[in-house]
Design a protein around this ligand. Structure first.
Ligand code: FES
Length: 116
């Protein structure tokens, strides 16, 4: 069981439980189930509307969800959130990326904060 805290300056923080280990539950699905008003359009990693910033609250782990999908890499580069060099380093050194697409990120058993 992971705790996911959604935070936005216009709304009160909301912390919800995520069922970890399903390997299918995306951050966006979790948000929608809990009526968190994350914006989205395509739900398929194409538009970049659901961009969020993720921070691990468990400093020992720092995995922050499943690995970046190819669609996320494309959108994050397009939006200037990461460079090709930074992406390369993340892959080589197995580092997490703070910028994610909520419709693509799979929730893991880790407490995180999500800024939307
Ligand atoms: S809703 Fe379009 S990229 Fe996530």
């Amino acid at each position: 069981m992971a705790l996911v805290t959604f935070t936005n300056p216009e709304y009160r923080d909301k912390t919800v439980y995520a069922v970890a280990g399903s390997h299918t539950q995306t951050l966006l699905k979790l948000a929608r189930e809990n009526k968190i008003p994350i914006q989205f359009e395509c739900e398929d990693g194409e538009c970049g509307t659901c961009l969020v910033r993720v921070t691990s609250l468990d400093k020992k782990l720092e995995r922050m969800g499943g690995p970046l999908t190819e669609k996320e890499k494309t959108i994050l580069k397009q939006q200037g959130k990461v460079s090709s060099e930074e992406l390369e380093k993340m892959i080589v050194d197995d580092l997490p990326c703070e910028w994610r697409l909520a419709c693509q990120m799979i929730v893991r058993d880790e407490d995180i904060r999500v800024e939307y």
